[in-house]
Design a binder for this molecule. Structure first.
Ligand SMILES: C[S@@+](CC[C@H](N)C(=O)[O-])C[C@H]1O[C@@H](n2cnc3c(N)ncnc32)[C@H](O)[C@@H]1O
Length: 224
C-alpha cells in the first residue's frame, strides 16, 4: 500500500466515504492521492490531471511504479475544461484560493454532474466557502490536519443551497462543532493575527478587518 501524508489521506477518506463513479484530481502533481484512491477502491474511474508537463511526468512515473497506467487516466488539462459527464467528484488541493475559485467559476458549466467538491486551499478558506456556495453547493464536512508545522483545512461541498452567516464562512460551520479537532487551529490563527494586528497603525482598513476576525476566533475558542 502506498504511504501518503495525513493531509492526502484525509482528502482520500472524504472521497471514499461516499459512492463515487468518477473522480478528477485537478492539479494532481505526483498523483499519490490517485494511487491511494485506486488501491482503496478498485471500481472508481480516476482522472489525474495537471496543467503542467513536469508534474504529469512525475505522476506517470508513480502510476507506472504501482502498475496503474491502465487504470488512472492522466490528462494535461487546465481546470475542468472538457471533463466527462460521468465525473461526479472533483478534488482540488494544494492550491491558493484564487486559483481554485477561478477554475470553478470559469468552468462552472462542467459542474452539472459534479455532486461533490473536495477542496483544500492553502490560503483563504473564508473566500473558498463564500465563492463555492455561490455555485450551488453546501458545506457537508470539514477537517483540519496539522502536518509538518502547518494547518490544512479540507472542505467537502455537495450540491445544494444553504445560507451561512459571515461567522460560519470564516470559522467553518462544521469545523467549529468539533473543537477537539479544531481548537489548536483556531488558537494558532488567533495568536498569529493578534501579533500581526499590533504592527498595524490605527485607522487602517486591514486593522478593522483583523479585529473582527480575532473577535470571531476568540468567541469560538471560548466555547471550549
Ligand atoms: C502544489 S501542487 C498540489 C498537488 C496535489 N494536488 C496536492 O495536494 O499535494 C499544485 C499543482 O496544481 C497544478 N495546477 C495549477 N493550476 C492548475 C490548473 N489551472 N489546472 C490544472 N492544474 C493546475 C500545478 O501544476 C501543480 O502541479
Amino acid at each position: 500500500m502506498i504511504k501518503i501524508s495525513n493531509r492526502l489521506t484525509t482528502i482520500a477518506n472524504l472521497v471514499l466515504k461516499e459512492k463515487t463513479n468518477g473522480v478528477i484530481d485537478v492539479g494532481c502533481d505526483h498523483a499519490l492521492l490517485d494511487i491511494y484512491l485506486l488501491q482503496n477502491n478498485n471500481n472508481i474511474k480516476i482522472i489525474a490531471s495537471d496543467i503542467n508537463k513536469l508534474p504529469l511526468e512525475s505522476a506517470k512515473k508513480n502510476i507506472e511504479k504501482y502498475s496503474f497506467l491502465n487504470k488512472i487516466v492522466l490528462k494535461e488539462k487546465d481546470g475542468l475544461l472538457g471533463i466527462e459527464n460521468d465525473i461526479d467528484t472533483v478534488v482540488i488541493s494544494g492550491m491558493g484560493e484564487e486559483t481554485i475559485t477561478k477554475i470553478l467559476k470559469r468552468d462552472k458549466s462542467y459542474l452539472k454532474n459534479v455532486n461533490r467538491l473536495i477542496i483544500s486551499s492553502n490560503t483563504n478558506n473564508y473566500k473558498v466557502r463564500r465563492d463555492i456556495i455561490e455555485l450551488g453547493y453546501l458545506i457537508k464536512d470539514e477537517k483540519v490536519v496539522f502536518e509538518e508545522g502547518k494547518y490544512y483545512v479540507i472542505i467537502e461541498f455537495t450540491k445544494g443551497f444553504k445560507k451561512y452567516t459571515n461567522k460560519e464562512l470564516y470559522i467553518g460551520p462544521i469545523l467549529k462543532n468539533d473543537l477537539n479537532l479544531s481548537y489548536n487551529y483556531y488558537k494558532y490563527l488567533f495568536d498569529k493575527k493578534s501579533e500581526i494586528i499590533k504592527k498595524i497603525p490605527d485607522g487602517n482598513k486591514e486593522k478593522e478587518k483583523l479585529k473582527k476576525e480575532i473577535k470571531l476566533l476568540e468567541e469560538t475558542l471560548l466555547l471550549k
